[in-house]
Design a protein around this ligand. Structure first.
Ligand SMILES: [Zn+2]
Length: 86
């Protein structure tokens, strides 16, 4: 399971959660407008309209403390081991 870290640079709010975390599910997801991949073109042979795929955007969440947009970052797991160095 992927672990995400949400960190707000403005107020310092941090949340580490995975997709099934109830806290993560309760977060407000900011909806972005879709960016078109380009101008649709008509294929000269088939006369069909080819619409380029839209660009993918990262999911954004609203910080529960200050309301600013926070993007989720993947946290790499250390093979399930905890860091036990002094
Ligand atoms: Zn914040």
């Amino acid at each position: 399971m992927k672990t995400y870290r949400l960190h707000c640079e403005y107020c310092g709010w941090t949340l580490i959660a995975n997709g099934n975390d109830p806290i993560a599910k309760s977060l407000y997801v900011v909806q972005d407008a879709i960016i078109p991949g380009g101008i649709p073109k008509i294929d000269p042979e088939t006369k069909e309209l080819a619409v380029p795929k839209e660009y993918k955007r990262k999911k954004k969440f609203r910080c529960p403390q200050c309301g600013r947009c926070v993007t989720a970052k993947n946290v790499k797991e250390k093979n399930g081991k905890e860091d036990q160095s002094d």
